[in-house]
Ligand binder design. Structure first.
Ligand SMILES: [Zn+2]
Length: 294
């Protein structure tokens, strides 16, 4: 089951809290369905629960029972085949049917409480959300530019401002920010999906932190190994130049210890000396050794 279908299933299980909100959701799913006008009112979906919710939306405005067909690939299309019933629906929603373009009518989203229900309807009709395991992305695919503009404008007072784009003749209104997507899911009432998204986000953060730590540790190891290699080759050079035996005894002891233990850290070298020395003391002496060959 895709994340989109999970979210839609959850949204379809939400009971309407009031008539105004039910009407707002119905308007959202009808207006942003495949077609909404005098000539055609229809929705195509992959999910039977979305088709049922669309039929419920139609019931808000007419007693006519819409037609349902299923294609060979399993796509469900619900349509209002009766012209009189189509007119009844659009009249109920404040249109005459003679408008050149049917713009969004905010009068159908009566009260403040209705905004989330309206967005839920729109999402059921044309929304897609990507699995948060892959990426954060929520979009509305809208056929007409005027309708996508109107939808984007609806988010004017909302904390999440959408971006707009086109793809294959479809107008997109979309969100990429995980916290914005959480806001949209929350306002639509998809509490379970919000929890899932937040859970994924925490997992991702933990993984990133672990990776960062591993990278950091291996970078330090590389640095230590490189320094040890430099010191060893410097000491070997001192030997080949015959200077090794003339070294003061404390330096000679450290030099031999370094050659014998290339994997040791400075602190470990210091602790292994006959007179233990701090890390910075060891560093200072090794510096002296490497400078001698210059
Ligand atoms: Zn309401």
């Amino acid at each position: 089951m895709s994340f989109s279908s999970e979210v839609k299933k959850e949204l379809c299980s939400i009971e309407h809290s009031s008539d105004c909100c039910q009407r707002a959701e119905a308007y959202g799913i009808l207006y942003y369905g495949r077609s909404f006008g005098k000539e055609e009112i229809s929705l195509t979906t992959d999910y039977d629960y979305v088709a049922e919710r669309y039929i419920d939306a139609i019931k808000c405005f007419t007693t006519y029972k819409p037609d349902t067909t299923i294609s060979k690939s399993g796509k469900i299309t619900v349509s209002v085949e009766n012209a009189g019933s189509r007119l009844e629906i659009i009249n109920e929603l404040g249109y005459t049917g003679n408008e050149r373009t049917m713009r969004l009518l905010t009068t159908n989203i009566e009260n403040e409480c209705c905004f989330g229900s309206f967005i839920r309807g729109v999402f059921l009709a044309c929304g897609i959300i990507t699995d948060p395991k892959k990426e954060y992305h929520l979009e509305f695919d809208v056929t007409f530019r005027s309708k996508s503009r109107d939808l984007a404008d609806m988010f004017e007072d909302f904390p999440a401002i959408p971006k707009e784009s086109h793809r294959n003749g479809v107008n997109l209104v979309y969100f990429k920010d995980s916290s914005h997507i959480e806001d949209i899911l929350t306002v639509m009432g998809a509490q379970m999906s919000v929890m899932e998204l937040i859970g994924e986000k925490i997992l991702k953060d933990v993984r990133n932190n672990v990776n960062r730590k591993v990278n950091c540790d291996s970078a330090n190891l590389r640095k230590t190994a490189l320094a040890a290699a430099n010191q060893t080759s410097a000491i070997e050079k001192l030997k080949s130049q015959g200077k090794f035996d003339d070294l003061p005894s404390d330096l000679k002891e450290l030099a031999q210890l370094r050659i014998d233990n290339p994997e040791m850290t400075l602190a470990e070298l210091g602790a292994s000396l006959s007179k233990p020395l701090s890390r910075s003391g060891v560093s200072h002496r090794l510096k002296k050794l490497t400078e001698m060959i210059k």
